[in-house]
Write a new protein. Sequence first.
Length: 334
Amino acid sequence: MNSLFLFAGLFTGFASETPSPPGTGIPPVLTVKAARALAPGSTVTIRAVVLNGPEMGNIRYVQDADAGLALYAQPAKTPGFGELHAGDSIQVTGQLKVYNGLTEMDPIASFHKLASGVRVRALQVPVERATEAFVEANESRLLEIKGVTRLTMPTGTVATTLAGNSNYLLNGQVGGLVRIMAASTGPEGLVDATPPTSEAFDVRGVLSQFAPSGVGGYQLMPRLATDMVRGGGLPRLTEEPVPVNVTGNGFTVVFSTLNPGDTRVRYGLDPKQLKDSQTDPTLTTRHSLPLTNLIPGTTYYVEVSSRNATGTETASPVPFITGSGKRVRLGGKN
């Protein structure tokens, strides 16, 4: 792969192939690349990280450090499969097949989850070179196309609202196909979402293939609305922090960011010496963190920040005041 294509790899590495003890009958654990090299009909066992959840229907794409693979199963026939989400590390055994050019595991004989919350960083590709990355070696891997300015419909019209089971082109490039899945719905979904039109953005997704002839047909499949990455991927604060649920001994700090990140709050009585801090590691765009055990009727200076894999955004400290701590009786005598 050309050096312009920047692959940061997994946050947690994968071991090489793991042989089984002689005579046990247990299949060895292969790397995904080694499994893909075998013929259709072969039964293989791999360990990899899941790249998507039910927003892509009955298919789960998985990836290790070097390659990706599609897994297909009907949740009713494979208990637990439908609950797999992005970041789940699994060991899975099944049979290889090729479906319209896409190498996949179907049927799945067994699987079990090893861990959750594992992060996979995408293969980063400038939009001018996108079609060069749409190749078999990258099938079922997570890609991030950088510097996109528009998604167009095949007719050339700029897309302003995304529809399910529809195709779009990266900057109108022939061969730079983006496919929106009908199952990606709801507040976090892509169906009915509005792609950015006034700024450059990045498009993250899994490279899939649909080609009855087995040749070409590569398509980038974003998963959720957060795969339309704006602001260079940094959290980017979009609302100033404000206090809610104010009481005599505390308040809840709330703020919003453009892209998901964790929630960090530093606070104290002196804006130059913020001695206390709290963190919520959950990645979100709607941040909320309660501060308790504070002094009633006192001004606290609060600094909020958010961090994700791209970097950290921090706002300047702002003053919040706790309540007086006095209880007021409504009606009758005090």
